[in-house]
Design a protein around this ligand. Structure first.
Ligand code: NOJ
Ligand code: MG
Length: 588
């Protein structure tokens, strides 16, 4: 039921010319559609045995953190056996747990404990490449079939007497060619990522069969889904054509040197994921249960290519537009309110109907969001992202406002940075966003009893830590927790979406539904205070709105609970506000 005033306004406004674009909303019916998905960088989350590295038992001991925050599903970064050249994205055994992380029994215990608390668990799944230490590749190098054909080989091309690789393709870690010579085989293997990560041959049906067995193995252990790594890179063009020169001025070994038309986003990639989704669905059917599992994919590509994943059984193609500009090597620009608005509407404008939107602000491959936009803007971005419809993916530590940790060249371990130089590595290193989670102000931030940790702890842990933020009246943690709680409303699930950019300064978003208190989020991106009349931008709002969350730097903390007149709303510099329209009878 609408408020009487609202109804009156609706009649009056029927001919008003407000340009708001209103989006239809897919009402969630499955658990994953309401996910607050939490990405755990396992090695940095919680160390249970004092070796300075995070592990599965550590996670198990901290499950209450997810329940408290309102997280519904956790995603574990790779926990498998691995030489850890690329932090576990180089897997040497897909059906194992790496000794540093624990054992399969620890994994089973973690799943059981999580499920007990109503939490879902998904695992990282890395099928584009294995580690060079995987048994399949070891045998492939010896020429043993069928394993040799599990990988992508090429005999090379003669230029006169001189043998070289077949084309100019470059690897993503800026090491140069994707082709690596193996003397024993007199052939090159292909690696789209690092040289220690040979690509699997996704045109070989035997590879599909092996990998389906891997999925079954983890389904048998009770996982609720998979995050699938590097989907745009599965199949490379069989023509082996050279890629053209880009217009970016970089060194010829830099990935940005070429346009990746032959090695990325090939049409053959999509049906592969579809086949896995069918396999996962068939698994549930065969077990005679109706447990729904979900998949999400990592595709940093242009929007058309990303959206296409929705048509191939992918529940959530990750929305990376707050991270990269379509290209895995180009960081997005987040300078103005218009930039921010454009990113939100880009997804809403392109998403096919009946699909679930998704938002994320950070991950393990980029500098932390708080360091990219400033702490005073971090909460506002979270408020909008969490209160738009769809899945939100949170990178561990972002709920505390953790910032990048400065690491020297000597301290840097990331493979992507180590192939660069001591003057350029900070442009490439992913370590600053991967340092230990800050639990409290004790030794190693409560992450480990060991005072030496595999990556050093950010010195700001003394004040920036979960315990302190729980203690404080106002904190990033508490704000984000409150925003997550607001997802538990009918207006969040079913309400319409309006999003606006106001005076190049404010990003404003409203969710409305008949008879429900509307949610309005206002984020002032700039450092000047401004006053707006909400009626100029949104129809049907009630006259007064209650401030329910204010970002910590807005100066409005003490005003939480106050009501505001919609016709003259002052938004402080860099301030973000979440307001609830005082409308329904049962408002409290
Ligand atoms: C994407 C992952 O997010 C990244 O961390 C990793 O290096 C590559 N895939 C290779 O697996
Ligand atoms: Mg590939």
């Amino acid at each position: 039921m609408m408020c009487a005033l609202q109804l009156l306004f609706l009649i009056l406004a029927a001919t008003a010319s407000i340009n708001a674009v209103t989006y239809d909303v897919t009402v969630p019916t499955e658990w994953w559609q309401e996910n607050v998905l939490y990405q755990l960088w396992v090695k940095s989350f919680k160390d249970s045995d004092g070796d300075g590295k995070g592990d599965l038992n550590g996670i198990k001991s901290k499950l209450s953190h997810f329940v408290d925050l309102g997280v519904t599903c956790i995603w574990l970064s790779p926990i498998y056996e691995s030489p850890m050249v690329d932090s576990g994205y180089d897997i040497s055994n897909y059906t194992s747990v790496g000794t540093n992380f624990g054992t399969l029994d620890d994994f089973d215990a973690l799943i059981a404990a999580a499920h007990e608390l109503g939490l879902k668990v998904i695992v990282d799944f890395v099928p584009n490449h294995t580690s060079e230490e995987h048994e399949w590749f070891v045998k492939a190098k010896q020429g043993i079939e069928p394993y040799y054909s599990y990988y992508v080989w090429n005999k090379g091309v003669y230029y006169g007497d001189y043998l070289s690789y077949p084309n100019n393709w470059l690897d993503i870690f800026n090491e140069g060619t994707v082709w690596e010579w193996v003397e024993e085989r007199e052939a090159y293997y292909l690696h789209q990522f690092g040289v220690h990560q040979p690509d699997l041959n996704w045109t070989n049906p035997l590879v599909m069969a092996e990998i389906k067995n891997v999925l079954t193995f983890w389904l048998d252990r009770g996982v609720d889904g998979f995050r699938i790594d590097a989907v745009p890179y599965f199949v490379e063009s069989s023509t082996l054509k050279n890629e053209s020169r880009s217009n970016v001025d970089v060194d010829s070994t830099n990935y940005l040197y070429l346009n990746h038309t032959q090695t990325k986003d090939q049409p053959e990639n999509y049906p592969i994921v579809k086949e896995w989704k069918e396999h996962i669905n068939n698994y549930a059917a065969a077990k005679g249960n109706d447990e729904v599992r979900f998949i999400c994919t990592e595709a940093v590509s242009d929007i058309e290519y990303v959206m296409k994943w929705y048509d191939y059984g992918d529940d959530v193609p990750f929305n990376f537009f707050f991270i990269r500009n379509g290209d895995i090597a180009i960081n997005v620009v987040l300078d103005t309110a218009q930039d921010i608005y454009n990113i939100f509407v880009k997804w809403l404008d392109h998403m096919p109907s009946d699909k679930t939107a998704n938002w994320l602000l950070g991950n393990h491959d980029i500098n932390r969001i708080a360091s990219r936009v400033g702490l005073y803007r971090t909460d506002g971005l979270h408020f909008i992202s969490l209160l738009l419809p769809g899945v939100f993916t949170m990178y561990n530590g972002d709920e505390l406002g953790m910032t990048d940790t400065y690491l020297t060249w000597e301290e840097t371990t990331d493979v992507r940075a180590c192939s660069t130089t001591n003057t350029t590595y900070t442009l490439y290193s992913r370590d600053p966003a991967r340092t230990p989670f800050q639990w409290d102000n004790t030794t190693s931030a409560g992450f480990s009893t060991n005072s030496t940790t595999y990556l050093k702890v950010n010195p700001n842990y003394v004040t920036v830590n979960l315990a302190a933020e729980k203690e404080a009246d106002f904190s990033h943690y508490k704000n984000i927790q409150k925003a997550i709680r607001l997802r538990d409303t009918t207006v969040w699930r079913e309400g319409t979406v309006d999003i606006e950019v106001i005076d190049d300064q404010i990003v404003a978003m409203a969710r409305q539904l008949d008879g429900e208190d509307p949610i309005v989020v206002l984020m002032n991106w700039e450092n000047s205070t401004t006053t707006i009349d909400l009626d100029d931008y949104f129809e049907n709002l009630p006259d007064t709105l209650e401030l329910v969350i204010a970002d910590m730097y807005s100066g409005l903390n003490d005003n939480v609970g106050d009501t505001y007149d919609k016709s003259s709303l002052e938004i402080p510099e860099h301030g973000s506000m979440v307001l609830l329209g005082v409308c329904s009878q049962n408002h409290h």
